[in-house]
Design a protein around this ligand. Structure first.
Ligand code: SF4
Length: 183
């Protein structure tokens, strides 16, 4: 096994530090000895793509991406009209790829921002007629690093491989928050 020198090692460590928390494709040509890097520098290194998705999924979990109900389960499935289902048609298409969050200038400037992907996921439940946790999620998104960080740049819409109108979903959540505040 060939080893990289001290200087290369230092550069490699700096490079990996730069990558942490970013959605960047790792250029494996910059690592001369992949096995060495795997063993010594990045134990969780998989192939030639280094993405630290933990912060992304922490934000995803923060908006409670699961059904919340306070009534006993019905004897049959929970019904939903076609009109109500249509309200979440777009946001249910999300595959959590993170492209929208990775393309968002507000997120580049503030890594605490919950990000468009988490808001799309929140939208999916907030506007689901069978769910009863909308107020809990709205409270979370009303935080200073919540939905108001969106500056309607539309990068997320261009980035989304599922062609979700991410900015519209964020706008609908903002509108609901304003509506609730006025009610
Ligand atoms: S880019 Fe689209 S599919 Fe990917 S996480 Fe964002 S909303 Fe979901």
């Amino acid at each position: 096994m060939s080893h990289v020198g001290d200087e290369e090692l230092r550069q490699l460590q700096e490079f990996i530090e730069e990558l942490r928390g970013h959605f960047i494709v790792f250029d494996s040509s910059r690592v001369r000895d992949v096995e060495y890097a795997r063993e010594r520098l990045v134990p969780d290194y998989q192939k030639d793509l280094v993405i630290d998705m933990d912060p992304f999924f922490e934000k995803y979990r923060s908006i409670k991406p699961f059904f919340i109900t306070y009534e006993p389960d019905p004897p049959v499935e929970r019904f939903q009209s076609q009109e109500d289902r249509a309200k979440i048609d777009d946001s249910t298409k999300c595959i959590l790829c993170g492209a929208c969050t990775g393309s968002c200038p507000s997120f580049w400037g503030n890594k605490e921002y919950v990000g468009p992907a988490a808001i799309v996921q929140a939208h999916r439940f907030i506007f689901d007629s069978r769910d009863q946790g909308a107020n809990e999620r709205l409270e979370i998104l009303n935080d200073r690093d919540g939905v108001w960080r969106c500056r309607t740049v539309f990068n997320c819409v261009d980035a989304c491989p599922r062609e979700i109108d991410v900015t519209r979903a964020i706008g609908e959540v903002k509108k609901l928050l304003l509506f609730n505040r006025m009610a």
